[in-house]
Design a protein around this ligand. Sequence first.
Ligand code: G3P
Ligand code: MG
Length: 249
Amino acid sequence: MRMSPIIGHRGAARIAPENTLAGIRAAAACGVTWVEMDVILMGDGALIMHHDKTLNRCTTGKGEVLALGLADLQNIDAAKLFEKEYGDTFKGEPVPTLQEALDLTHELGMGMNLEIKMHNHPVTDLVLPVLDVLKNHPLLREGKLIISSFDHEALALCHQHSPEIPLGHLFEGLPSNWLTLTTEVNAATVHANQRKLTQKKVQEVCEAGYELYCYTVNDAQKARQLFEWGASGIFTDDPEEVKTAIDDN
Ligand code: G3P
Ligand code: MG
């Protein structure tokens, strides 16, 4: 199996601020060995871990990430959404760079599914610098790194420039040509939205010889069903919840 059956989504987004170092630590504390994190591009070329096009939803910052640079992230708190429930526990948690997230993942002995997120810029502007950072990172040598993306062109570019890096093809609903798209970029795994999956679709992917990883599963019952159908893994915001329920069964 390429990744673990339970993968912390955006770190562990229900129990720690998403796409932060605290999130990676929280996933590790739950016994999770792989995390999924999103990488995006800043206006000054910096590569940071963040999901949205803007900083508005989950940080104290404002504006489009592509219009900002690394210096603009100073004094920005990525724990905004956690203040109400967790008080000062995560206060001041920074938005990490790709390098910082990879280094911590490695230090904790974990693996990373790095999702490349495109936000209105040429694919090469993000993909090539990401590959540059990854190619000498110990996570890659140790087989603990996989790149995924919804963006087919981004995956094709990864395959062209760094064929040694394993790829996961991300889909919302599985399109009828999923196998062609997956084969075209030589992806090793298929990642799909659990809401749009049926047993038949899961079987189709498995029978074609691919591991299927499903996002985002925060319900133990659903997780159990997907594993029974043949899924290899699930991305979850709350690893403890899902893990406990699965262990109990
Ligand atoms: O990689 C799985 C999942 O993270 C894809 O969707 O929007 O949560 O990045 P999203
Ligand atoms: Mg993601």
